[in-house]
Design a protein around this ligand. Structure first.
Ligand code: LLP
Length: 395
């Protein structure tokens, strides 16, 4: 049975069953807003938790750092994956404990490592030999132990946009397999370094389970081998990366997408001697948010009709950065079909959502919804051109 996220009734757009025209925010529209549905997030957390082998889901906070959304994760017993002390501080401010936080990232500074060790963070995912040496030196100076995970680069093609693939050869992310032995030398020399985890993250917006399976085939034997020497090694961090089909809003497909990955995990990891962690971001929050914008002008050129909105790449970078597709739906539709270029107000030619988008006729003053902005939407937004950041609300 299909379950569509968007539908029209009497030409009015409904988002997850909510009649948008009836919400006060839309009736009194003043400036761009992101509207979230919490239930879509809670549902996905439940899907992931249905995998019995999952020890803990660590939400990748970079996908969305809205406090209310983080609280949903907190209240459902999830942890976080963060990439800076700024994110650690935000996590603590909404109620997470240091013991809930995995600290990833390729550029951790001395003071960030210092703080993470003081806080007794759950696990620092180390991304290079030099970083491991730095952590070792700081832990010695403090005479304090630290839980570390080695983030390995399994060199698996995630078959995603090159800008969001992270496990290719020469990637800046993770430790090359050939450098494991140098890391072990550092670990052996310092009893403050508690080797807890092997971790990897292949990239983002991965649409099939195959890359995940390929990575496990490479990582599992390495893990088992290391475990014979390092008895503390008892966590396998499987990263995040599961994608969504931005062109399709039948939610049963999303569930199948997760089920396919879950099947790989169940097949490969049942009885595996490790606590399994995942660091999902996009898959949990992408569907939950829509960005509402008002059409300011419809401008005609020789060959195009250009819809100019009051929101642009400052509030949704993804189309400009990765040529990402975000579906657009007018809040009120009609029966005339037209093709538009849809752009924002920013003074950059890359400030567009679509080059040729077919939709019902749009007029100045119309409100339109840009779909699936819950992940890497507001968290990547800026005030460029002194344009306002979209306000966030829950409906
Ligand atoms: N773990 C690590 C170490 C990561 O670097 C990331 C994402 C994740 C987990 C979560 O990945 P996800 O489940 O969300 O795919 N701004 C880009 C995506 C960048 C992803 C960066 N790392 C976009 O809008 O497509």
């Amino acid at each position: 049975m299909s379950k569509t996220l968007f539908q029209y009734e009497q030409n009015n757009l409904f988002f997850d069953g909510v009649d948008l025209q009836q919400t006060d925010l839309i009736k009194n529209y003043q400036k761009p807003v992101i509207l979230y549905r919490k239930i879509l997030i809670e549902e996905r957390i439940q899907w992931m938790k249905s995998w019995n082998g999952l020890h803990r889901l660590h939400f990748a906070m970079k996908a969305n750092d809205n406090s209310e959304i983080l609280k949903i994760l907190l209240n459902t017993g999830c942890g976080l994956d963060v990439v800076s002390i700024g994110e650690v501080e935000k996590a603590l401010s909404v109620g997470f404990k240091a013991a809930d936080i995995i600290f990833s990232g390729v550029g951790k500074t001395k003071s960030e490592i210092d703080k993470a060790i003081d806080l007794e963070i759950y696990q620092i995912n180390v991304e290079s030999i030099s970083e491991l040496q730095r952590i070792s030196d700081i832990s010695t100076k403090k005479n304090k132990s630290v839980h570390i995970g080695l983030r390995l680069n399994p060199e698996v093609d995630a078959k995603t946009h090159p800008h969001i693939a992270t496990a290719l050869q020469d990637s800046k992310f993770g430790i090359s397999m050939k450098d494991i032995s140098s890391c072990l030398e550092i670990i052996r020399k310092n009893s403050n370094l508690i080797f807890k985890s092997i971790s990897y993250h292949l990239g983002s917006q991965i649409m099939t389970a195959e890359p995940f399976q390929n990575a496990l085939a490479k990582i599992k034997p390495v893990f088992l081998n290391l475990q014979t020497e390092f008895k503390s090694l008892d966590r396998l961090d499987l990263g995040g990366g599961l994608g969504i089909d931005y062109k399709n809003h039948d939610m049963t497909n999303d569930e199948i997408q997760w089920q396919n990955l879950k099947t790989v995990y169940e097949t490969e990891l049942t009885n595996f001697p490790a606590q399994c962690l995942i660091e999902m971001g996009r898959f949990i929050v992408a569907r939950s948010g829509i960005l509402i914008t008002e059409v300011q002008y419809v401008k005609k050129t020789e060959t195009k009709e250009i819809v100019i909105c009051d929101v642009g790449m400052n509030n949704l970078m993804r189309p400009s950065l990765y040529q990402a597709y975000h579906h657009v739906l007018p809040l009120k539709k009609n029966n005339i079909e037209k093709t538009y270029m849809i752009v924002g107000p920013i003074c950059e030619s890359t400030d567009f959502f679509h080059k040729d988008f077919i939709t019902s006729e749009i007029e100045e003053g119309d409100l339109i919804a840009i779909c699936d902005v819950g992940a890497y939407g507001r968290s990547m937004a800026s005030n460029y051109n002194h344009q306002p950041l979209a306000l966030e609300f829950f409906i």
